[in-house]
Design a protein around this ligand. Structure first.
Ligand code: AMP
Ligand code: TRP
Length: 321
């Protein structure tokens, strides 16, 4: 059983990415899984090449530092040839209407001048990521579910039209409540691309900065500390604490008599959860030769695992050898 997922280097890795995705990938993964930095996906709107390269390195280091075996990790653009070719085959399997129907495309394209064509076709590249590797399960957030559905549709259609090549993948959604909200604006989710980072804890932030951001988290004027999902500020803090402590928000609430004490507790838990990752990632980023070695090995393995499906697909559509 292969599980596969990606993280896009459109910003620095934040606590929500860690608690909502990376931590699970590291703890529930098997040796067959693949996790990758989807740098090609970070180019669907205006981007800065030097920043993209730096963020890609940082995310690769964080995935490994978080405990995902280096053998399971790679950078998407190291498979550009395979993915580019398969993407084309899948574009020839997908209709324009199917791509144009994607909610994320409609939302992101709205009111934007000079929308890149890749914003429309990116879910097809995502299908290529998934189908090239024969992934059975794809852990993603709810916003990516429709894209995994498209990959399912394309896999079935290709198999029925040309011959069985692709595994039909299934989206796996995180459990309810696994969504970390912005500390400064708990109405929205914590995101690496939010412009104002006051409410976003980055995985590589210094401990003092983490503490400061958490102390300034928005709460409300209730006196007691109780877990109530209808009170998003305090509920978010309790959910973060519970995720760090491997406990439930209801139970951790009982340990605190005031928001001040709760914030100190959350700050300590987050700092201690992130400390080993920050240290290990820092070590890797300080050793570019080692990071490069891991990256090359990951690329070779992922290419080798996937290329036979690309060759079969090319042959079946009447191209290649
Ligand atoms: P993204 O940051 O959109 O590239 O997402 C990468 C992964 O992190 C996906 O699996 C998301 O569901 C997860 N993720 C991103 N932000 C959050 C958040 N605030 N809370 C929980 N999970 C998140
Ligand atoms: N598009 C996903 C996101 O923005 C990341 C991603 C790229 C991905 N390719 C993937 C996730 C393949 C799962 C499978 O979050």
């Amino acid at each position: 059983m292969t599980r596969l997922s990606g993280i896009t280097p459109s910003g620095r890795v934040q606590l929500g990415n860690y608690l909502g995705a990376i931590q699970r990938w590291a703890s529930q993964g098997t040796a067959d899984d693949l996790y990758f930095v989807s740098d090609l996906h970070a180019m669907t709107s205006t981007h800065n090449p030097a920043m993209l390269r730096a963020l890609t390195g940082e995310q690769l280091a964080v995935l490994i530092a978080a405990g995902i075996p280096a053998e399971s990790v790679f950078v998407q653009s190291d498979l550009t040839r395979e993915l580019g070719a398969l993407s084309w085959v899948l574009e020839c399997t997908c209709t324009f209407g199917e791509a144009a129907r994607m909610i994320q495309f409609k939302e992101k394209a709205k009111g934007q001048a000079g929308v890149r064509l890749s914003l429309l076709t990116y879910p097809v590249l995502m299908a290529a990521d998934i189908l090239l590797q024969g992934a059975d399960e794809v852990p993603v957030g709810a916003d990516q579910r429709q894209h995994v559905e498209l990959a399912r549709t394309l896999a079935k259609r290709f198999n029925a039209t040309y011959g069985e090549v692709f595994t039909v993948p299934r989206a796996v959604l995180p459990p309810a409540g696994a969504r970390v909200r912005d500390l400064a604006d708990p109405a929205r989710k914590m995101s690496k691309s939010t412009r104002d980072s006051a409410g976003v804890v980055f995985v590589l932030d210094e401990p003092e900065l983490v503490r400061r951001k958490i102390r300034r988290a928005v709460t409300d004027d209730a006196r007691s500390v109780e877990y109530d999902p209808r009170r998003p500020g305090p509920a978010n803090l309790l959910e973060i604490l519970a995720a760090c402590a491997g406990d439930t928000p209801e139970r951790v609430a009982g340990d605190y008599g005031s928001y001040g004490a709760l914030k100190e507790g959350v700050a300590e838990a987050v700092v201690e959860t992130l400390r080993p990752i920050r240290e290990r990632a820092g070590g890797l980023l300080d050793d570019p030769a080692e990071l490069e070695r891991v990256r090359k090995a990951g690329a070779a393995r992922a290419t080798q695992r996937g290329e036979h499906r690309l060759h079969s697909a090319l042959r079946l559509v009447g191209t290649g050898h």
